[in-house]
Write a protein of this length. Structure first.
Ligand code: S3P
Length: 170
């Protein structure tokens, strides 16, 4: 079992799919944002506020190096900008959760905890800028992905089953 690295835009459902896969397979799951928060004992939002995005990206690089060296048989969910680390493809099979920007936004806004979901993501505070970021990143996500899962209007269970099936066939 190789690692699976889940990439995709903020709010697309990487965490939810990772938990579902982990509950229905032998994969354990870790999340790069959780690791950074735990390493730093501060929330991502605080890290951005106190030290800026550049510093956060350096932390992502540290995490990526550690994952490549030390983690096996694991489903790794990542922050939306983690895909930029140089060694991404060396960590494991890259799986993109893909969906149009408007559907992602709808998913977040319809969540019972929508306010918190928006508040904790500094790069979603300006939706016009977030859309620009989405347009910039989407081709880059697609170029890196070994597997693409269109999650639009699909249940988490459905996405998780599709992921496991596609990984098996690789
Ligand atoms: C980011 C996405 C966030 C988090 C940070 C930056 C990004 O993770 O890593 O706020 O650059 O897209 P999620 O994708 O889990 O929201």
């Amino acid at each position: 079992m190789k690692n699976i690295v889940l990439i995709g835009f903020m709010g697309v459902g990487k965490g939810s799919v990772a938990r579902e896969v982990s509950q229905n397979s032998d994969y354990m799951t870790v999340d790069t944002d959780d690791m950074i928060e735990s390493m730093q004992n501060r929330k991502i939002k605080k890290i951005f506020e106190e030290d800026g995005e550049k510093y956060f990206r350096e932390l992502e690089k540290q995490v990526a190096i550690w994952l490549q060296k030390s983690v096996k048989n694991t489903l790794i969910s990542t922050g939306g900008g983690f895909y930029k680390v140089k060694n991404l493809k060396k960590i494991g099979i890259v799986v993109l959760l893909d969906s149009p920007f408007d559907s992602i936004l709808k998913r977040i806004q319809e969540h019972p905890n929508a306010e918190n979901k928006l508040k904790k993501r500094p790069l979603l505070s300006d939706l016009k800028k977030a859309k620009e970021l989405y347009d910039l990143r989407r081709p880059e996500y697609l170029a890196l992905a070994d597997i693409v899962i269109d999650v639009t209007d699909k249940s988490v269970t459905n996405c998780s089953q599709e992921l496991l099936k596609k990984v098996k066939n690789i």
